[in-house]
Design a protein around this ligand. Structure first.
Ligand code: COA
Length: 246
């Protein structure tokens, strides 16, 4: 591999620098998931060997977050609540001292300076490497199909079947998984829930929401629903469960 893989076990000092890149790259509203707010930063404390960076010298190329899980059922029965479920379950499994058999990807972010150079593949390979090191059976990922944001009105079940003329999947991020022999298990339609007041959403999006209804928001994979009387906007993000056998 061209870049050096390091985990939090060795380099706690990279947490803040990595976080700056994540804040810069992700749409603001995506940083306000309630389950994430409760648990995400604990990942670096409780699961340091599952949080990693690829480094080019001392520069961060990519940031990867993952968590081990215990799952005895078929992967077809993984929950609709995808990402939110996985993050919370990882911590509960650890509290109960359960034997884990899966590694679940929570986030992969590439430094914009290094995007478009095939590094996402290296990031997934690194996660596979970490999972193998811990003798886990599969890497599962609630994948956020990156170009779905341009088609917020299309049903994700249809979207994930779209193909290019060359027969490969249309969505670039799903395509990266396809090329690495990742298998689409199923859609998880409630992978993340992001809820805020009207004023929160106005700050996050620099838009206005004067009336009750559904709004298309840049970066969101489907419309966000607003109720002005209740002073709430709710976004339920759909993702896709993908498996890479280790
Ligand atoms: C999505 C992301 C991880 C892709 O990483 P990357 O290293 O830049 O992507 P790669 O260079 O490996 O490209 C993978 C494929 O996506 C395509 N691609 C890359 N950037 C693209 C863009 N902005 N629009 C459309 N396609 C794009 C590439 O052409 C390639 O397609 P190919 O199969 O035809 O070769 C990166 O852009 C990122 O960090 N985005 C923000 C965070 C995010 O969305 N993470 C994913 C969800 S966890």
């Amino acid at each position: 591999m061209k870049y050096k893989l390091v985990t939090t076990t060795k380099r706690r000092d990279l947490i803040d620098k990595g976080d700056e890149i994540v804040i810069d790259v992700w749409p603001e509203f995506m940083l306000h998931d309630a389950v994430a707010n409760e648990w995400f930063f604990e990942l670096y404390e409780k699961f340091p060997e599952f949080q990693y960076w690829l480094l080019d010298g001392e520069e961060i190329v990519g940031i990867g977050n993952s968590i081990p899980l215990s799952w005895e059922d078929k992967l077809e029965n993984l929950p609709e609540e995808g990402w939110d479920w996985a993050l919370e379950k990882g911590f509960k499994d650890k509290d109960k001292n359960l034997k884990t058999n899966l590694i679940c990807a929570l986030s992969i972010t590439i430094n914009p300076k290094y995007q478009g150079k095939g590094i996402s593949t290296e990031m997934i390979r690194s996660m596979v490497q970490i999972g193998r090191k811990h003798k886990l059976e599969s890497l599962i990922i609630p994948v956020r199909p990156t170009l779905k944001k341009d088609y917020p009105l299309v049903d994700i079940r249809k979207y994930i079947t779209w193909k290019r003329d060359d027969g490969q999947l249309f969505d670039p991020w799903l395509r990266v998984h396809e090329k690495l022999s990742g298998k689409i298990i199923k859609v998880c339609s409630k992978a993340m829930k992001i809820s805020g007041t009207i004023s929160d959403w106005e700050n996050w999006t620099e838009m206005k929401f004067p009336e009750k209804g559904k709004y298309i928001i840049p970066g969101a994979l489907k419309p966000v629903e607003f109720d002005i009387k209740k002073d709430v906007g709710i976004y339920i993000e759909p993702n896709v469960w993908v498996e890479h056998k280790l």
